[in-house]
Design a binder for this molecule. Structure first.
Ligand code: NAD
Length: 467
């Protein structure tokens, strides 16, 4: 298909979606619930296919695939199904007595036709989680999966029309050329998950039509690790760091730990414990690592290889460092104090490399973080309440999690999103519904009781201004 034919096809699809939206069908609670139920059915009936696609694209183990993709989607869809009617209800607005008699309400209405762009690292959940928000809010949708996870993209394109209303929800597969064509269209909402670089392209395309955007971007997510004194606390911290760094997609996650800040005196204890925990979780033999996702493709593999083959960075490796080009697996790798001006400390790592940066005093971590772009997620392991308060009030990040990592993503009651360079807008739970809704202000007055206050106000205002 050439570019003009594609353009025509996109135009036809968008025409159909707009017509469906105008028909009002997607606004009913019945339609929204039926789509959420259908999505749950799709997840139940296609588990094996999803496992297979995730394994082919990213080498994800089924346990990881269930936890981070299928389970996440099922949780979100079930939660939205149980809450959507409540979310749709207008909220009462308090109207000043001056307007008596009157009543006011805030009515959530769907925005219209939404475009969802997906990144490749969680190609199922990052496609379907925002889709759940768009459906719950009553929108029609074009979903563009990532071309870098082709099996998952094909699965979504083939399976979604078998379960969901295909006059209201369409999947458009393709790479940059298709993405650019889609961005030339007029949308009522664009929800983008991806890199800050492409986020800027999306935002400038959206500006042409004043389309609201949500940008779920990435960046470097640090851990502040206080010198814990209780050996069992240290063990728990090490388990959570190892599970959080290498567990979800081998560190190819937007909220993966990017680097650890720790006092000099605590570094060797931490490194020894991290090594032990890595061996326990993933095995000791780098050639036969268990349960680790692969690097998505050769391009990303080479990018990571270049990062650690920089001689100054290579010299800082204290654990791991082996790479297998055939299987695209990189061993969990720990680095101690790589140069701060090298790529590993200036770019988002997005892979299984973990730099540890040592400080004289852990309180210096606040200045370290504040001198860099605002992170999507900040993690802090400490029992010191005064230090917790300092971190909370003196740093800015999309989220802040004390004494754990990654799990904040699963809390539907908390918004998920970035700040500054890590993006803006938020979703999950009710926040997803809000992201795809407009809160319409409705004021109802009657014809009763006209005391000519408007004349009074105008007269008084004029006399005041003369004075
Ligand atoms: P990416 O920006 O390269 O691609 C994201 C989407 O944009 C894809 O669908 C792709 O087809 C499309 N795209 C690519 N080039 C485009 C162009 N020139 N014009 C229009 N669209 C284009 O990102 P990625 O490599 O898929 O994902 C990695 C990045 O995403 C990392 O920075 C990571 O931190 C971030 N991320 C963020 C979240 C989050 O929830 N905040 C989740 C996952 C990944």
């Amino acid at each position: 298909m050439n570019s003009m034919e594609r353009e025509e096809r996109i135009g036809r699809s968008l025409g159909e979606l707009r017509q469906t939206f105008r028909s009002g069908r997607t606004r009913s609670v019945g339609w929204r619930k039926s789509q959420l139920r259908a999505l749950l059915k799709m997840m139940d009936e296609n588990e094996d296919q999803i496992f297979k696609a995730l394994h082919q694209d990213l080498g994800k183990h089924p346990v990881e695939a269930y936890r981070d993709e299928i389970g996440v989607v099922k949780k979100s869809a079930s939660y939205s199904l149980s809450c959507v009617e409540k979310w749709m209800a207008p909220a009462k607005g308090r109207i000043p007595l001056l307007f008596f008699p009157a009543s006011g309400e805030v009515l959530p209405e769907p925005l219209g036709l939404a475009l969802i762009f997906v990144s490749w690292n969680f190609p199922i959940s990052l496609a379907l989680d925002p889709l759940i928000g768009a459906i719950s809010a009553g929108n029609t949708v074009v979903l563009k999966p990532s071309e870098l996870a082709p099996e998952c993209s094909a699965f979504l394109a083939k399976t979604i029309p078998l379960y969901l209303d295909s006059e209201a929800i369409k999947v458009v597969e393709g790479g940059t050329d298709i993405a650019e064509q889609l961005l030339q269209q007029k949308w009522d909402k664009i929800f983008f998950t991806g890199s800050p670089r492409v986020g800027k392209i999306v935002m400038s395309a959206a500006a042409k039509h004043l389309t609201p955007v949500t940008l779920e971007l990435g960046g470097k997510c640090p851990i502040i690790l206080d010198s814990l004194s209780n050996p069992s606390d240290i063990k728990v911290a090490a388990k959570r760091i190892v599970g959080g760094k290498w567990g979800p997609c081998s560190g190819q996650a937007c909220i993966a730990i990017d680097y650890v800040l720790v006092e000099h005196k605590f570094a060797s204890t931490l490194i020894e414990l991290l090594k032990k925990t890595i061996n326990k979780f993933y095995g000791e033999n780098p050639k036969a690592l268990k349960n680790l996702s692969k690097i998505v493709n050769n391009h990303q593999f080479d990018r990571l290889r270049n990062i650690i083959e920089d001689p100054a960075v290579a010299a800082s490796i204290v654990h791991g460092g082996s790479l297998d080009e055939k299987s695209l697996i990189i061993e969990p790798t720990i680095l101690l104090n790589p140069p701060l001006e090298s790529a590993i400390m200036t770019e988002e790592i997005f892979g299984p490399l973990l730099p540890i940066i040592t400080l004289t005093n852990i309180e210096e971590s606040i200045e370290f973080i504040n001198s860099r772009p605002k992170p999507l997620a900040l993690y802090a392991f400490t029992k010191n309440e005064a230090f917790k308060k300092k971190i909370l009030t003196e740093t800015s990040s999309g989220s802040l999690t004390f004494n754990d990592c990654m799990v904040q993503y699963l809390c539907d009651a908390l918004p998920f999103g970035g700040v500054g360079q890590s993006g803006f807008g938020r979703y999950h739970g009710k926040y997803s519904f809000d992201t795809f809704s407009h809160e319409k202000a409705v004021l109802r007055r009657s014809f009763f009781l006209e005391l000519e206050p408007r004349h009074f106000v105008v007269r008084n205002y004029n006399s005041l201004s003369i004075l």
